[in-house]
Design a protein around this ligand. Sequence first.
Ligand SMILES: *[C@@H]1O[C@H](CO)[C@@H](O)[C@H](O)[C@H]1NC(C)=O
Ligand SMILES: *[C@@H]1O[C@H](CO)[C@@H](O)[C@H](O)[C@H]1NC(C)=O
Ligand SMILES: *[C@@H]1O[C@H](CO)[C@@H](O)[C@H](O)[C@H]1NC(C)=O
Ligand SMILES: *[C@@H]1O[C@H](CO)[C@@H](O)[C@H](O)[C@H]1NC(C)=O
Length: 319
Amino acid sequence: MLFGVCVPTIHNVKVHAEVVKGINGLDKFVLREARGSSAEIYLYGAHVTSWKNACGEELLLLGSKAIFEPPKPIRGGIPICFPQFSNHGPLDSHGFARNRVWSIDSNPPPFPTSSASKTFVDLILKPSEDDLKIWPNRFEFRLRIALGPGGELTMTSRIRNTNTDGKPFTFTFAYHTYYSVSNISEVRVEGLKTLNYLDNLQNETRITEQRNAITFQSEVDRIYLSTPTNISVLDNGKNRTYVIHKDGLPDTVLWNPWAKAVADLGVDDYKHMVCVEAAAVEKPITLNPGEDWRGSQEISTVPSSPCSGLPLPRKVLGN
Ligand SMILES: *[C@@H]1O[C@H](CO)[C@@H](O)[C@H](O)[C@H]1NC(C)=O
Ligand SMILES: *[C@@H]1O[C@H](CO)[C@@H](O)[C@H](O)[C@H]1NC(C)=O
Ligand SMILES: *[C@@H]1O[C@H](CO)[C@@H](O)[C@H](O)[C@H]1NC(C)=O
Ligand SMILES: *[C@@H]1O[C@H](CO)[C@@H](O)[C@H](O)[C@H]1NC(C)=O
C-alpha cells in the first residue's frame, strides 16, 4: 500500500510531444507520458515551466508574477544558466541561454546511452552575431528534455566548442530548478553533510556543512562543492521527496530568497519553493575546439512519510 499518495490511473492516451502556442503566443512543447505525467517547455529559453506528476500535481514553482515577454527571463520553472552562472563573469547574471529562442534540433547526434523514454524533445542553441559580440565563442548547445515512464524528467545538455579560430572557451552552468514545496519551513535537503560550500551571503566564505539535513529559516544562497550525484529534498507536508540525480555537474546551488524582493516572484512565493541546482560553478568547464561537454540532471519524486517505522520511500510509479 502507498500512503498519502495519489494512485494514478493509466490513461488511454498515446505518449506524445507537440508544439502549441503558450502565453503571449510563444511556442511551447507539451510532453505527455501515458500514465499522465507531463511537462511544458518554452522554446524561449528552452525553459521548463511545468512538470506534473501522474495525478496532475505541479512539481515546479513558476513565479506568481512571471512574465513571458522576451528578452526578460521567465521566473521559476527550470531556467538554464549558460554560459555563466550568476555574476561569475562578464555577462549579465546567468548568461543568455535562458533568454534566447531555441530551435528544434531535428537531427541530434545519437545518445551514447540508451534512454527508455520515448517522450522527449531535442532543442538546440547556436550563438547569433549579436551573441558573439558579448561572448565571442561559437558553440552548439544541444538539449534533450525527456519524460520517463515514472514521470521522471531528464535534461541532458551537450555543448560543443565550434570555434574556428582554435580558441578554447570556458563556462559555468546550472539547471536553476525551482521545486514546489508545501511549506519552506518544513523542507529538508539531504545529501550535503560534511561538504564545503561558498556562502554568497558572506562574500563567498568557504564553510563546512555540519548538518545532516539543511533546513530553512531565512535567506539561503550557497554553492555546495563536489556534491554527491544524488540529493534529496523532503517535503513532509506533501509526503513527497524529490530526488535529484546529476551527472557531469559537480556542484549544487541552494537558494531561497526568503522575504527579499525578487523580480516576478510574489511576496509569498518563497514559502512554496526551494531552488536546488545541479551546477558547475567553482571550477569552470573549459572546452577546446571540437570538444564536447555533457551535463545532465534527472529529477523524480518518491513518497515519503513524516512518521518513522513506515516503509522506506519507494518510487511512486516505480518500475
Ligand atoms: C501524509 O502521510 C500521513 C501519514 O500516512 C497522512 O496522515 C497524511 O494525510 C498525508 N498527507 C498528505 C498531504 O497526503
Ligand atoms: C509552515 O511551517 C512552520 C513551521 O512548522 C509553521 O510555523 C507555519 O505555520 C507553517 N505555515 C503554513 C502556512 O502552514
Ligand atoms: C570579498 O572577498 C574578496 C575576495 O576574497 C575580497 O577582495 C573583498 O574585499 C571581500 N569583500 C568584503 C566586503 O569582505
Ligand atoms: C540515484 O538516483 C538514480 C536516479 O533516480 C537512482 O537510479 C539511484 O538508485 C539513486 N542512487 C542512490 C544511491 O540513491
